[in-house]
Ligand binder design. Structure first.
Ligand code: PMV
Length: 332
């Protein structure tokens, strides 16, 4: 490594929460109101190159970020991540980040989780930071990104302050290698209300949210135990109930927040009818209409065929993907 300039390329994956993060106790430190737990989506990734350059005293710091070849304006999240690293180092560095994704960034497929996990991991490896700092940097970019720093079944423990809020991996991905995800892109446009604004409105106005928070620890523990014993029907019900509940607190916000559309509802009904004989699939929706359906390897082809014959690609839905689960970031 040249002392004046350091370069690294890393790959990180988005993650899908089985129990979702919705609401913040602190915006400044990105402390959530509840624990969340997720698996990484192996098929999708952000590939990010970071060049860190030493800046002489008095020289201007010119950070830049490009995503899929386009320069993006540095919003407060990027500033917070870069400032936090600079505060830890004893001399000044400027950062050039270029990131490319193998999936559409505006599609609501947790691209910010993959992107910020990649940036945090790259910064961490470049400056030899401990895991706790890498996780915090990812969290400063996007709360859910902190879960993409580890592999396997990852829990974000909310903690009460910035030192306590942390992630742990309960199982590596090979604990349950048969798990699969079918991802249905319903709409590939930017969401109408960002998760930040949505969470703020819910935290301020939803009374149901307190009920959701009260159940959180129990649900997390049930997810861990279903995952531990490969109990798919129990895992599936917990995943679907949590997604339904998150969207219920969105509707309970005032004015109400609607992320699901008519196609999302058709997918919900489709999955319940697919599960009529036995529970083989579990949908979950983030802050948008796209569906992620967990299933097992033995059912994935039938599920994919039935999804694509019920919702034609390019018409009702934009695209359908299949993925394995659980990989953490790697240096490329
Ligand atoms: O990390 P953010 O700020 O984009 O929030 C993510 C929120 C959900 O995707 C809806 C839930 C989750 O836990 O990933």
């Amino acid at each position: 490594l040249d002392e004046e300039e350091r370069k690294i390329t890393v790959i990180a994956h988005p993650n899908i929460a089985l129990i979702k993060y919705w609401g913040k106790a602190s915006e400044a430190e990105m402390i959530p109101l509840n624990d969340s737990i997720s698996l990484a989506v192996n098929y999708f990734h952000a590939k990010t190159t970071l060049i860190a350059r030493k800046v002489e005293k008095g020289e201007e710091i010119g950070d830049t970020v490009s995503i899929n070849g386009k320069d993006v304006g540095l919003n407060s999240r990027f500033h917070r991540v870069f400032k936090s690293v600079r505060d830890k180092l004893d001399c000044q560095w400027s950062f050039t980040v270029s990131s490319s994704t193998n999936f559409p960034v505006a599609a609501g497929l947790a691209s910010s989780a993959a992107g910020f996990a990649a940036i945090a991991f790259a910064l961490g490896k470049t400056f030899d930071l401990p895991e706790h700092d890498i996780v915090r940097l990812a969290r400063y970019g996007s709360g859910s990104a902190s879960r993409s720093v580890l592999s396997g079944l990852v829990q974000w423990k909310k903690g009460n302050d910035k030192t306590e809020s942390h992630v742990v991996s309960h199982f590596s991905a090979d604990h349950w290698p048969e798990l699969r995800l079918v991802i249905i892109v319903v709409k590939d446009e930017e969401k109408a209300l960002s998760s930040k604004e949505g969470m703020e409105r819910t935290a301020k106005t939803s009374e149901l949210l307190q009920d959701r928070i009260r159940r959180n620890q129990e649900r997390i523990n049930l997810i861990i135990s279903a995952f531990s014993s490969h109990d798919f029907p129990s895992l599936a019900e917990l995943i679907m109930r949590d997604s339904n509940e998150m969207h219920a607190v969105c509707l309970d916000s005032y004015p109400p927040i609607q992320y699901l559309n008519a196609t999302s509802w058709s997918i919900i009904n489709f999955v319940h009818s697919f599960n009529k004989e036995s529970v083989r699939a579990a949908y979950t929706f983030d802050a948008g209409p796209n569906a992620c359906i967990f299933t097992l390897k033995e059912h994935v082809n039938e599920l994919y065929d039935r999804v694509t014959s019920t919702f034609s690609k390019g018409k009702e839905v934009k695209d359908v993907y299949i993925s394995e689960l659980g990989q953490g970031p790697q240096i490329d």
